[in-house]
Write a protein that binds this ligand. Structure first.
Ligand code: HEM
Length: 181
């Protein structure tokens, strides 16, 4: 009978994963809520209502979503040293996390102009931003949970070999001179 291999996970890894997943839930939830809050701006006339929406939106962005992003990235970075992350799926996850972080900044930029006298956020912007968040978050979750086998040799031969990235860059950009101090 074939005995399944017992995989021991240290308490630190379990704790960090717990923190990572909690922070991701807050980060993703906050990002998905923000376009909806931005969209509420269109219906408000009175200064009091606008002021209230401004406060709630800032609270969600500044005090909930952004700190959660820091914790998610910090705990994820710590997990890199504890888990086997030298696989192609993890590199793809990092590309998508980069896109998610840039889209996070987009919400901050919208927030900065939204409550100016002429600030607006129309239905198309609402659908586009919300759609982008849902797609990128779903893609990251699928990659992390399915951990698909991707053969990087099909895209760039020997990319994951030591020194492979340098060879690949030289192949595309020619010889690169590094200034020596
Ligand atoms: C810079 C940001 C991030 C880093 C460095 C990072 C790193 C990691 C690492 C090293 C693991 C353990 C991988 C393994 O189980 O072998 C992990 C697990 C996980 N990450 Fe991230 N992560 C980041 C952001 C995110 C984001 C934005 C999401 C989702 C939207 C996410 C979702 C998950 C999930 C669901 C797991 C658990 C996977 C499992 O236990 O099977 N991570 N992360």
């Amino acid at each position: 009978m074939v005995e399944p291999e017992i995989e021991r996970t240290s308490a630190v890894t379990t704790f960090l994963k717990f923190v990572h997943l909690g922070a991701i839930a807050l980060w993703s939830g906050g990002l998905i809520a923000l376009p909806f809050l931005f969209w509420q701006r269109r219906a408000l006339e009175s200064d009091l209502d606008l002021e209230r929406l401004h406060r709630v939106t800032r609270l969600v962005y500044v005090e909930l979503t952004s700190p959660a992003a820091f914790v998610a990235i910090g705990s994820g970075t710590a997990l890199i040293f504890l888990q086997a992350t030298f696989a192609e799926w993890f590199s793809l996850k990092m590309v998508l996390v980069g896109i998610m972080s840039m889209l996070h900044v987009v919400a901050g930029l919208v927030l900065m102009q939204l409550f100016l006298p002429k600030g607006k956020f129309n239905y198309l912007s609402y659908v586009a931003l919300m759609g982008a968040y849902v797609v990128v978050i779903a893609a990251i979750l699928w990659i992390v949970l399915a951990k698909p086998q991707i053969d990087s040799n099909q895209i760039a031969a020997n990319l994951f070999e030591p020194g492979g990235l340098g060879r690949w860059v030289r192949q595309f950009f020619g010889e690169i001179r590094m200034p020596t101090p």
